[in-house]
Design a protein around this ligand. Sequence first.
Ligand SMILES: Cc1ncc(COP(=O)(O)O)c(C=O)c1O
Length: 427
Amino acid sequence: MIKLKTKIPGARSSKILEELKARNGGWNVPHPLVFSGRGKGAYCEDIDGNVFLDFASQVASNPLGYNHPELIDVVRKCKKISPVKYAGQDFAVEEHLELIKKLLEISPRGMNSAFLINSGAEAVENAGKICMWKRQNAKFSVSFEGAFHGRTLGALSLHHSRPLHREGFPLLQNKELPFNDSASEVLKNMIKRYGADTISFVILEHLQGEGGYRIPNNKMVLGVRSVCKEHGIPYIADEVQAGLGRTGKWWAFEHYNITPDVFSSAKALQVGAVVANRKMFPGKPGIISSTWGGGHVLDMMIGMKIIDIIKRDKLLGRNKKMGDYIVKRLGEIHGISGQRGLGLMCAFDLSNSGLRDNVVIECARLGLLVLGAGEKSIRLIPSYIISEKEIDEALSVIERAVKTCSKSRFSHKGKICDFMGCALDAT
Ligand SMILES: Cc1ncc(COP(=O)(O)O)c(C=O)c1O
């Protein structure tokens, strides 16, 4: 259960966050707590002793919750936690091969090669690079309205989510498709106008994440996939947020019965990865690499264990069941709309972005961690171990938060606003 001992943020968390705000050059808008490492399952404890219920799961990168005993065991048994962080692309460790093999076992037939890297952005960046390498005459890539693929310059070039992320940066050439039924027609027109060879690749999130948790329909996905196939344009699925079982299938593209040419993974996998048929990769050493490609040995070991546990505990089916329950229960809450989801990638809308921001803050103040997405949505992405009882607890906090924040002239006050950027009177 949520258990708050102090006002949020607590004094110790506040002190660290204040210093971070002053010294962290990449200061963001963080949740008002500092993690202690204590916690169990869906609950985590901050350094002030407050216990939060986590429906943000480290931005979808904590699939098994806090202090899962088998993951702790992995850490305990790891023989390679010497201070050496192995440069895995150049100096091999067996975990690198083992993780690739495990990843390929859960990938579509024909996808027989993977490349390990560090982050989601790097996974996308390298997925794009291998397509560009194959298509030297291509002039631009194609992504979708609302897309988010990461913040390195290559991945940022594919971005059509919040303008703030990309404004002021020199970017690679990219064109945007609408996120609706007309996407394949627009793509066909692009091909007519510029030629298929000018397109390096098309990239799609099969459940759009930061852009607003939008689920594309069959017509959109199948249409674009088929135009790409017909014209030999590589089709990339970005599975960084939706992948590794979150949506109730290993990969979100499986909901559409298609196979991409390349896909990216990261977050829940603990390391970044690009997966494709061997022939998609450059086949020449040195074209793609990174000193720490695959991260620390421990990251790879934990990634493997996560795959094993998802399989053994049949968490794909469980994620679907729990996700359906969340969407059903959301339908009973007054003052929200657009409840939707695939597995444990669920969201709902508020009437405007200010109200949404206030509800996110109010939830944190009440001990529930949730994240915004898109213009006015809140996403619910708990770990795969979430129970109905915990979902009920979370939704009752959301219900209370929506009610409070919908009152006329409501605005947050106090320390929490120093970190979370409170909106004024958003009703
Ligand atoms: C779909 C998608 N692609 C790529 C990224 C970038 O991942 P990272 O933050 O690990 O670089 C994200 C991050 O949220 C994402 O949601």
